[in-house]
Structure formats: C-alpha cells, structure tokens
Design a protein around this ligand. Structure first.
Ligand SMILES: Nc1ncnc2c1ncn2[C@@H]1O[C@H](COP(=O)(O)OP(=O)(O)OP(=O)(O)O)[C@@H](O)[C@H]1O
Length: 303
C-alpha cells in the first residue's frame, strides 16, 4: 500500500484547468519532490491531499484512507506545512502546539512538543506570543505544528521560501532524521539544489500535468555529459554551434550560452569555431548537468 496514492485528480477553477489528471503513488519512507513553475498546480494538489480543497474528480488516499470519505483517519496520517503563515497572535508557541495536539485528541503531548521545539531551535521562544516572532521563527512553528501528532506522511509546501541558511539547515536535519525513521516526506520547493540533495524521487508538474516522474538520479542522467557555460565579450555564436545550445541567456549578461558537450574533447572544436567566427570569449566553464538543467529542459519542451 502506498503512503500517498493520488488517482487521476482533476481540478478546474472556472475556465482554468489547474490539475488535468494527476496520478502519483508515493511509497512509505520516500523523500519525494514535487516541482514545477509558479502556477503549475502544486499548492492546489497539496490542498486536495490535505482535504482543504475538493477535486472535481479522482481521489487521494493516505495510508489507505480516502481524504474525503475517510477524512479524520486520513488527516491523522498527514502533517502539512503550508506556504502561508496563519496564526492566532494571542497564543504562545507552546499554547499553539498544545492546541494543535488537542485537535488530534492528544492530551499529554508535552514530551514530544518539547522534542520538536528543541529540534527546531524553538525552545527559548516557547513562552513567546506568536505575534512577537520573526517570520523565520513563525515558519518554525508552522513546521512544529505539522508534526505534533507524529504523522507518518509529512507534506512541506515551500518550507524554505525566504528563510535563512540556519533555519534551512535546522529544518533539513530534523526532517532528514524523521525520514530515516520511516516518515514519508513530500516536498515542494523552488530551490532545485535542495530538491536534488534531499529527494530520492521527483515529479515535475507543468500546467497541471505530470511531465516527468523518475528517481532524482534518473532525471539528471537524462542530460548526458556536461555543459559548457560560455560568455562572449563580442561577436556572435556561429551557426555551426547553435544545435549545441541548451539555453541562451542573452538578456542576462551579454552573450551567455549553455552548450551541451560530452567531455573535454568537445571543447577544442568549439573554441576553434568561435575563433574562426571572430567571437571573443569573456568566460568559459565546464560543469556537470544538474537538476536545474533538467528542469529547464523539461519545462521548455512542448507538451
Ligand atoms: N482559488 C482559486 N481560484 C482561481 N484560480 C486559482 C485558485 N487557486 C489557484 N488558482 C490558479 O490555479 C493555478 C495553480 O495554482 P497553484 O497555486 O496550485 O500553483 P503552484 O504550482 O502552487 O504555484 P506556486 O509555485 O506559485 O506556489 C494557477 O494558475 C492559479 O492562479
């Protein structure tokens, strides 16, 4: 049985098809990445998983419990860290976490609350009112709130958007530990290097459809070889090199190109072609393809 089973979910907002039939099976213990550009439908899918939004068709089960017909059981299996910070400003951090525990029927949960606060560096803010916390601290409480009932499936919707390095490290250390202990993690993020480092499998969403689904390694292997990052001081890229261009970036910093190469041996003919064309090189770097390159390529493909 999958930890999270998503079957042919469709959702329309008036004329906009936000989700056009999404199916995914996420197994227990996975660290799964859900990636996509703004508006791809990630948050809509997460709110359907959390039972906060209704799909037009299709269904979702969490550890076998349907999120609509068996909502309460499904909800106890799930912890969601939402994108938006919404709190009651009059309660302290500890009170907020106790109330959330109460919502799940957990009365004596202080031991775990203390452990969660400790792991998220919140202990010295335990008695501070929510309104007095910085944005980063509030985000820590959001994470803590999602974890009060030790849910086996944890969904994080852009948990590190706009947060500092320290919180990211604290958060990933704790979430990594929970994952090693068997919790299933589903993460959406715009930080692709973060997804590459953390996720064992990734789905890419585009305009409400899954356009790629593979292990992180498998996705990166799709772009074979390396890339040559090239910036020209003057001149232009000769026509003979244009088929190698993965993406041009002329608007960003002058004449900047990323070319596909297999290895170092491909570099010399490129240099020769540029010399013949009278182009002057400003900067040249050879690098391995990464998840960001795959993302850009997949999102650029017509579907
Ligand atoms: N309540 C709503 N009413 C109408 N349209 C909506 C509503 N919620 C979302 N949308 C639209 O549905 C599409 C998917 O939005 P969604 O927030 O799920 O995308 P996302 O992938 O989470 O984007 P982001 O990366 O910006 O968070 C967008 O075009 C959005 O404008």
């Amino acid at each position: 049985m999958a930890a999270l089973q998503i079957n042919d979910i469709k959702k329309r907002y008036q004329s906009l098809q936000a989700l056009g039939g999404v199916s995914l099976a996420i197994e227990e213990g996975e660290f799964f990445g859900l990636l996509g550009p703004n508006g791809a439908g990630k948050t809509t899918l997460i709110s359907i998983i959390a039972g906060l939004n209704r799909a037009d068709s299709g269904n979702v089960t969490i550890h076998g419990h349907d999120v609509v017909t068996d909502y309460r059981a499904a909800r106890t299996k799930l912890g969601v860290v939402p994108q938006e910070l919404v709190f009651d400003p009059f309660f302290t951090v500890r009170e907020t976490l106790r109330m959330q525990s109460g919502y799940f029927g957990l009365k004596n949960n202080d031991k775990w609350i203390d452990e969660v606060m400790g792991n998220l560096d919140l202990t010295n803010k335990a008695d501070t009112n929510m309104r007095a916390l910085s944005g980063g601290m509030k985000r820590r409480v959001l994470v803590a709130q999602a974890l009060v009932h030790k849910p086996p499936v944890i969904v994080l919707d852009e948990p590190t958007a706009g947060v500092d390095v320290e919180l990211r490290q604290t958060l990933w250390k704790f979430i990594g530990r929970l994952n090693r202990e068997g919790h299933t993690i589903v993460l959406t993020t715009h930080y692709l290097e973060e997804a590459q480092a953390l996720c064992n499998r990734i789905a890419m969403l585009k305009s409400g459809k899954v356009v790629a689904l593979d292990s992180t390694e498998g996705l990166i292997k799709r772009i074979s070889g390396s890339q040559l990052l090239l910036r020209l001081k003057s001149g232009a890229l000769p026509d003979s090199l244009k088929p190698l261009v993965i993406y041009p970036d002329e608007l960003v910093a002058g004449l900047k190109y990323t070319l596909r190469v297999t290895d170092y041996n491909d570099v010399e003919p490129i240099l020769a072609a540029l010399r013949t064309a009278g182009a002057v090189i400003d900067d040249l770097q050879l690098q391995q393809a990464d998840l960001e390159d795959v993302f850009i390529q997949i999102m650029g493909e017509e579907k």
